[in-house]
Design a binder for this molecule. Sequence first.
Ligand code: ZN
Length: 158
Amino acid sequence: MSKHDCYTCGAPNAMHPFKGRDFTVTFKQLTRHVPNLAGEQCSECAEVEFDAPSAERYAQAGDELIEDAKRVVADEMKRIRRKLHFTQKSAVQLLSGGGHNAFSRYERAEVEPPKPLFVLMRLLDRHPELVKELHAIYECADINALLEQKQQQREKTR
Ligand SMILES: [Zn+2]
């Protein structure tokens, strides 16, 4: 393979062949290892250009990572909900709001759960004792107390 100019930065004769190198594909914070790839790298800007079979394998690893990540998130949503003894309906009521079938769609990987909801589920997975707080939060006694204060302030100004 003869050297040629970098397609990205234009540096002359800067592309150097490599083979047998490992790369990592990432999707959000999730990663997957792709071993033994070959191609060329620019010595100036570090841009990598894979050869055709390596480009194919790298792209496929990325696609599979996204597909697997969606499935893993969906399975985690289901596992944690069951661990907390929620039905899909009560999980919507206490946690997510939205349509009555929201959790069903998250658990079938039809829709990605909103990030705050997935964070909340993972926190509850680590601290399931907080579920009792959820019921108190749902009752809204604290918010109703604040509303009563607002009402009293409003009446004072009349
Ligand atoms: Zn370059």
